[in-house]
Design a protein around this ligand. Structure first.
Ligand code: KG4
Ligand code: ZN
Length: 348
C-alpha cells in the first residue's frame, strides 16, 4: 500500500510517500520538509497568519517533489492522508483542503489524520514496535504520557496543566535573548553551564499522577535571571544548564512512575517499551535521562531518528496507511480542527 501524507499544522510544510507492506512493515519512499523557521524567527515564535500563507505558497511544489523523489504518480497511490488537526487552523485548512482535492480528483481513499496520532505511531514505521507501548510525546504544543494500545486506541495518563515542554524551552530562550526555536539554543548553551548554580523548582515532582507543570519553572528562571542581569554568556549557560537539569528530573520521575504503572497494567507480561516522540525528543540530556530510567525499569527505549521526531509528512502518511489497512477512511466533508485530543479518537 502506497500513501501520500501531507502535514501543515504548524510551521513545517511537509509531504511524504510511505509504503506499508502486508506484514505491517513500513518504508519511507520520499520525505520532503520545508521549514518556515526563517519566516518566523524575527517574531520569536510562529505567527499563524504568516504560517498559513507560506503553506499555500509552497505546498503544491512540496507534494510534486515528494512524488517525484518516490518515483510514483498520483495513479500509483492507494490513499491520501492529511493532517486534520490539532494545530494552527489556517495551516490545517491548507493541507486538509489540498489532500481532499487530490483524493477527489484521483478518486482515491482519503484519511483525515490526527497530528498527535502521527507522532504516536511513528515508532511502528521506524522500529515496527508492537502494541501496547508507553509514549512520551513532548513538542512545542504538547506534553503527554500516553498508553498506546492500538491504532486509534490511546489512553492519556498525564499531560501538562500549563505550558508544553517545548514551549517552556522556547520561552526560556526568549527571555535569555537566545535564538528561535529555543530548544536547540538552550541545549547548546547548557552544554557549557553549571547545572548546580541555580536551585530551580521541580514542579509536581512529588505529586501523585503523571501530570506536568512548567510555567512556574519558567517564572523562576526569569526571576533568577533578573537578579543577576545583565547576564554574561557564562551566566546564560548556567541558567540553561540549571533549567535543563530541572526538566530532566521532572520528566525522568514522571516517566519512571508511568512505566511502573504501565508494566503492572496494560503492558504486563513482557518487558515494556517506552517510545519518545516530538521535537523535544531531540534533546540529548532528556534522551539520556530516559535511557537511564528505561534501563532501571527493564524497558526498551525507542526514539525515532531526529527528523522523524519533529513534524514531517512521513508520520502522517504512515498513520494514514495504518488506518487504511484497517479499512478506515474519511469523508471529503471532514472538518479541520484546532483542538483534537488523542483520547477522543478512542471514543469513536
Ligand atoms: O514536534 P515539533 O517539531 O513541533 C510541534 O510543536 O509540533 O517540536 C518543536 C519544539 C519546539 O518547542 C522546540 O524548541 C523543541 O521542540 N525542540 C527542542 C530541541 N529541539 C527542538 N527542545 C529541547 N531541546 C532540543 N534539542
Ligand atoms: Zn508535532
Amino acid at each position: 500500500m502506497i500513501v501520500l501524507g501531507i502535514e501543515t499544522s504548524c510551521d513545517e510544510t511537509a509531504a511524504a510517500v510511505v509504503r506499508r507492506d502486508a506484514d505491517g512493515r513500513g518504508t519511507i519512499l520520499a520525505d520532503v520538509v520545508a521549514s518556515q523557521i526563517e519566516d518566523h524567527a524575527e517574531y520569536g515564535g510562529v505567527v499563524p497568519e504568516i504560517a498559513a500563507r507560506a503553506h499555500v505558497e509552497v505546498l503544491d511544489g512540496i507534494v510534486a517533489r515528494a512524488l517525484a523523489e518516490a518515483g510514483v504518480a498520483f495513479a500509483d497511490l492507494d490513499g491520501i492522508a492529511a493532517t486534520a488537526g490539532p494545530g494552527l487552523i489556517g495551516g490545517v485548512i491548507v493541507g486538509l483542503m489540498t489532500g481532499k482535492a487530490i483524493a477527489s480528483v484521483t478518486k482515491k481513499p482519503f484519511v483525515a489524520v490526527n497530528h498527535l496520532e502521527g507522532h504516536a505511531l511513528t515508532a511502528r514505521l521506524t522500529d515496527a514496535v508492537p502494541f501496547p507501548y508507553l509514549l512520551l510525546l513532548v513538542s512545542g504544543g504538547h506534553t503527554q504520557i500516553l498508553e498506546v494500545a492500538g491504532v486509534g486506541r490511546y489512553r492519556r495518563l498525564g499531560t501538562t496543566i500549563d505550558d508544553a515542554l517545548g514551549e517552556a524551552f522556547d520561552k526560556t530562550a526568549k527571555l535569555l535573548g537566545l535564538s528561535y526555536p529555543g530548544g536547540p539554543a538552550v541545549e547548546r548553551a547548557a552544554a557549557g553551564g553549571n547545572a548546580a548554580r541555580f536551585d530551580l523548582p521541580r514542579p509536581l515532582f512529588d505529586r501523585d499522577g503523571f501530570d506536568f507543570s512548567f510555567s512556574g519553572l519558567k517564572t523562576a528562571v526569569r526571576l533568577d535571571a533578573e537578579k543577576i542581569a545583565p547576564l554574561s554568556d557564562a551566566d546564560v549557560a548556567d541558567v540553561c544548564a540549571s533549567f535543563q537539569a530541572a526538566v530532566c528530573d521532572v520528566v525522568g520521575r514522571k516517566v519512571e512512575r508511568a512505566l511502573a504503572a504501565f508494566a503492572a497494567g496494560a503492558g504486563a507480561g513482557r518487558p515494556p517499551t517506552l517510545v519518545v516522540a516530538g521535537g523535544v525528543a531531540a534533546n540529548k540530556a532528556i534522551r539520556g535521562r530516559l535511557e537511564e530510567v528505561a534501563a532501571r525499569r527493564g524497558a526498551r527505549l525507542v526514539a525515532p531518528p531526529m527528523r522523524l521526531c519533529t513534524d514531517n509528512g512521513a508520520m502522517i502518511a504512515w498513520a494514514g496507511a495504518e488506518r487504511l489497512a484497517l479499512g478506515i477512511r474519511d469523508g471529503l466533508d471532514t472538518a479541520p480542527r484546532a483542538r483534537w485530543p488523542l483520547d477522543e479518537l478512542s471514543a469513536d
